[in-house]
Write a protein that binds this ligand. Structure first.
Ligand code: BES
Ligand code: ZN
Ligand code: ZN
Length: 479
């Protein structure tokens, strides 16, 4: 499916269907009011109707804000895919909403079909945006064009992440993830460095190696770099890439293990971010570091009671092998800080079930030391379409990960506040210099869904990609 933008009035564009987004208010003054009344149409959010004779598709929206339009655009594309129409056209709904509409169409149209033996043929081939504005806002075409092109890149990168998350553990092993990164590097002009088990040993990545030890699919550290000519800032992005999380010897119960192919979502998000920033040509040097491993069981498995020495020399008492993501991140965070001097270091991980308990399944948990940085991230994220909430650190929770026999324990001694204690564990692997530049994003909730929400159907959502691109864009605007 192709999305295009034309500097032409809507009436001059040739398409089989025209899309109209109506609020209760604009329905009242619409030329189609009576016709729509006959169908029983009410302009509430996401209600959809198609008038075949008039070649009109109408979708209700609560208001002309980005959240409402993004969701409605996704409804339109999902519904129209079920008919035999090949093209759709629409006008703008204010310049500020161009991106939301593009995202709604591109992300709403996504479906995962890799493992279906029969894929259904979709007739819809083209969605054409006119430069006309439904509400008669006059915007500079070049501004519309930039918003359109940038959103297309970001939404496509988000779908790229979703596709990778959806792949099965037998197909997306750490080695295959490294190959995906290498291919991305070739097509997008990135540098790529992959560390295999031997290199990981040489680099003292013992916590990460312990997690991956019982799998036939050996761990990989992937380092991608985007280095444009003139850079304003340098940013490191770290992803948890557990291609499968069985829990290890602290084995997950059967029902909790299903969907754990999604434990690589942080890594896949970082891959999507690298794709987006290189295509957006942002003036920011961006490094992606991925810790890819499989948490499995065999005779060589790491054990509760083991003490691991991480790359930075800290010792970790393992009390639960299912708290493995933080062990992988410990080493990858240390490696990233040793390798690149950056202005910001962000990590993305499906780290804790506790984060879902705290914030619900749709919201990313943001944790770090700097309130100033949190503020800037939330500001940049305001219209990204992603939900982010901040969870606060405190010294009492920090005491819960003390160990009697090592420097730190990989689980807390009390059950509550698990998302925060996991982040406080990671804090042990952030240097003093980087404390105020580090932010941890727990995407356990929003990274994967088994029931539809927002623009998403079943599967990976690409959580983290749009939010981070927005933040990096905000850095690019500052001189
Ligand atoms: N990958 C899981 C976290 C997770 C759970 C992500 C559900 C998405 C959905 C992580 O490795 C894990 O198992 N965490 C444990 C930590 C506990 C042992 C302290 C958890 O959340 O139960
Ligand atoms: Zn786990
Ligand atoms: Zn995990």
């Amino acid at each position: 499916m192709n999305l295009t933008l034309k500097n032409q009035p809507l009436s001059a564009i040739d398409a089989e269907l025209t899309v109209l987004f109506l609020t209760e208010e604009t329905l009242e003054t619409s030329e189609y009011k009576e016709l729509l009344a006959k169908t029983g149409f009410k302009a509430s959010q996401d209600t959809f109707t198609i008038l075949h004779e008039s070649g009109l598709v109408v979708c209700g929206v609560e208001n002309y804000g980005s959240t409402a339009l993004r969701s409605a655009a996704a409804v339109v594309v999902k519904k129209v895919k079920g008919y035999k129409y090949s093209s759709l056209k629409l006008s703008q709904y204010y310049l500020k909403n161009v991106a939301a509409l593009v995202e709604g169409f591109v992300m709403g149209a996504y479906s995962f079909e890799m493992y279906k033996s029969e894929t259904c043929e979709v007739s819809l081939k083209e969605i054409i945006f006119s430069s006309d504005d439904y509400n008669n806002e006059s915007a500079d075409f070049s501004a519309i064009e930039k918003a359109f092109n940038d959103a297309l890149i970001t939404a496509t990168a988000t779908n790229f992440t979703r596709e990778l998350v959806n792949m099965t553990p037998q197909d997306m092993t750490p080695e295959v993830m490294a190959e995906v990164a290498e291919t991305l590097a070739t097509t997008n002009g990135l540098e790529c460095d992959v560390l295999d088990e031997k290199a990981l040993e040489f680099e003292n990545m013992n916590a990460m190696l312990a997690v991956g030890r019982a799998s036939i699919n050996k761990p990989r550290l992937i380092h991608l770099a985007y280095k444009p000519d003139n850079t304003l800032k340098t940013v490191s992005l770290i992803g948890k890439g557990l291609t499968y999380d069985s829990g290890g010897l602290s084995l997950k119960p059967a029902a909790s293990m299903v969907t754990m192919k999604m434990d690589k979502a942080g890594a896949c998000a970082v891959l999507g971010m690298m794709k987006a920033v290189s295509e957006l040509k942002l003036p920011i040097e961006v490094h992606g570091f991925i810790g890819a491993a499989e948490n499995m069981v065999d005779g060589s498995a790491y054990k509760p009671d083991d003490v691991l020495t991480a790359r930075n020399g800290k010792t970790i008492e393992v009390r639960n092998t299912d708290a493995e993501g933080r062990l992988v991140l410990a080493d990858v965070l240390a490696y990233a800080q040793d390798t690149v001097t950056s202005d910001f270091i962000f990590d993305y991980a499906t780290l804790t079930g506790a984060c879902m308990v705290a914030l619900g399944p749709y919201t990313t948990g943001m944790m770090g030391h700097s309130n100033h940085l949190k503020h800037n991230i939330l500001k940049a994220n305001a219209h990204s379409g992603e939900l982010v909430g901040s969870l606060p650190f405190n010294d009492h929770l920090k005491k819960l990960i003390k160990s009697e026999i090592a420097d730190v324990c990989n689980i807390a001694s009390k059950p509550y506040g698990g998302a925060i204690t996991a982040a406080l564990f990671l804090d042990n692997f952030i240097t003093d210099e980087m404390k105020s530049k580090w932010m941890h994003f727990d995407i356990a909730g929003p990274a994967y869904t088994e029931s539809p929400w927002d623009v998403f159907g079943h599967g990976g959502t690409g959580a983290g990609v749009r939010m981070t691109v927005k933040f990096l864009e905000s850095l690019s605007e500052k001189k």
